[in-house]
Write a protein that binds this ligand. Structure first.
Ligand code: MG
Length: 252
């Protein structure tokens, strides 16, 4: 009798499960798996510039309106060139955007200098710091070896790029970067890592890399809590002569 009672109880308990199975039943019509709302926003791309209609243009070659010195928040001292690019001014310091950003899709173009005769980390070294902290390395590694977690396209001292896709020295490179910022709780503990995807000249070189923390020259990555922050470009201080142009981003 006891056994019969137990089986009866188990059957009763299983009933909600059967009901759930009905909800999850295989759709029988195509319409049952179609979603019509909400509609994605419409973004158009300028056929001449390649810039999406919802992008924030950070540098179009005409001025430094979106930028300040990262050293003292004063006017940018880097060189504005006639060809619509800017060039790092040696020892003028890093520059950063006036605005703060969170998750972004960033497009930026850069060029190493044929005049730069440095070696290792001193050949056209610059860098793109997401949220002022996480560096995607800019470096001329054509005929110039360095440690691979610090070479062109690395997440500096964290992630070796999947490929070296550099243009010839002196030719323009493109970086298309997708970045998601880390998340922190109210006590400042990291609850979710940020991540970076980088496409260099059309080649995937960082594939949704989970950032370990700040990209330090000396020491291990740090994870202090932060919110939105500027985009920063590096003056490495060794006469890099790196140039940038056509910088825009989309907030995600
Ligand atoms: Mg650098």
């Amino acid at each position: 009798m006891k056994i019969v009672f137990k089986i009866g109880l188990l059957t009763l308990l299983a009933l909600p499960c059967n009901a759930q199975q009905k909800v999850d039943a295989e759709p029988t019509k195509p319409e049952e798996t179609e979603i019509w709302q909400p509609k994605p926003k419409v973004v158009t791309v300028n056929p001449e510039t390649g810039i999406p209609s919802d992008a924030i243009i950070l540098f179009d070659g005409t001025n430094f309106d979106e930028w300040i010195s990262a050293v003292d928040s004063t006017k940018v001292q880097w060189d504005l060139n006639e060809d619509g690019s800017m060039t790092v001014k040696n020892k003028a310091g890093d520059i950063q955007t006036k605005r703060n950003f969170g998750n972004v899709q960033l497009h930026i173009e850069w060029r190493s200098s044929p005049e730069n005769t440095g070696t290792n980390q001193s050949k056209s070294n610059s860098g793109i710091f997401l949220q002022n902290r996480y560096e995607v390395q800019v470096l001329d590694n054509n005929d110039n070896d360095t440690y691979v977690n610090g070479q062109v396209g690395s997440i500096y001292k964290q992630s070796i790029p999947l490929a070296k896709a550099s243009s010839k020295t002196g030719d323009w490179n493109t970086y298309d970067i997708i970045y998601h910022q880390p998340e922190f709780d109210s006590e400042g503990n990291k609850t979710k890592s940020g991540n970076i995807t980088v496409i260099h000249n059309g080649v995937l070189i960082q594939d949704y890399y989970e950032i370990k923390g700040t990209t330090e020259y000396i020491g291990w990555p740090k994870n202090r809590s932060h919110g939105q922050a500027p985009l920063k470009l590096q003056d490495h201080g060794d006469n890099s002569k790196v140039s940038y142009r056509n910088i825009w981003l989309r907030e995600l």
